[in-house]
Design a protein around this ligand. Sequence first.
Ligand SMILES: [Zn+2]
Length: 294
Amino acid sequence: MTTNEIENSPAKIICEACGSAMKEWNISAECALFCCPECLHIKRDREICNAQSREHAWGGDAFFDKIRILITLKRLEKKLPSKKLNVLEVGFGSGKMLASFLEKGHNVFGVEAEMLETRIDERLKNKAELYFGKIEEINLPEEKFDLIYGVHLIEHLENPALFFEKCFRSLKKGGMLYFLTPNADSAGLKVFKDKWWNLEDPTHIRFFTPRSAEIMLKSAGLQKVKTSVPLWDSLTVEVNSLMRFLKKDSEKHGVLNSKAVKLLDLFLLPFFLLLRIIYPKISPTLEIIAHKAE
Ligand SMILES: [Zn+2]
């Protein structure tokens, strides 16, 4: 983004991460985002950036979600102590990932706002402590969890600062926080602009950068904040973004509702994976890890 592309915003939106005045960034003739000039955090107001979003929050694909769960679990296992843990997933969806933790012998807890209207995994019934509602409104026990994680959650929250404070209080000393979320700093947003697939979800209201995530998590009391850009997450974003150039009107479930697009995603996956290896900045996701001090 160049300085010319960022214009002074009359609305005076304050960056929720660093407190700077955000500026309007016109990514297309019909779509403007708010971008923080200091930490590059992005806020989206659907009124001025509809970006042909679909009607429904759910627009993924079960097969690609499975790949994400498998890889995320492997990543987490490497970083966690090998003992029985208390694990909380916020935004557990159908609960498949949480059920995998249960099968590995951990105590599992989940919070779900039920935006996706999916059925909950049978394995969790009677064995997991599940809470339904917005995380901002749910009371969590103090110093209870070894791990709190959210997969594509924090870009949807009404009040992420309050959520991070809750996480800090609910983690045990030495406990870990783990998130995957769209990366505001991805070259994909600059290349695909309002066609970037992460804008198809109408409930994506912010995108973090490594800097904004670090600022917010440290403000909530967390330490050792590490961010990285994984190549393996949201593998269909580039193809889906291209497909959005061909799409005219918003549909309930977006471009992935089409079988042809799913097939194209599979067929072109090796090419776009190679593109991510050559040009990692195009990767759309941010992985965030933080700890509560011992
Ligand atoms: Zn900022």
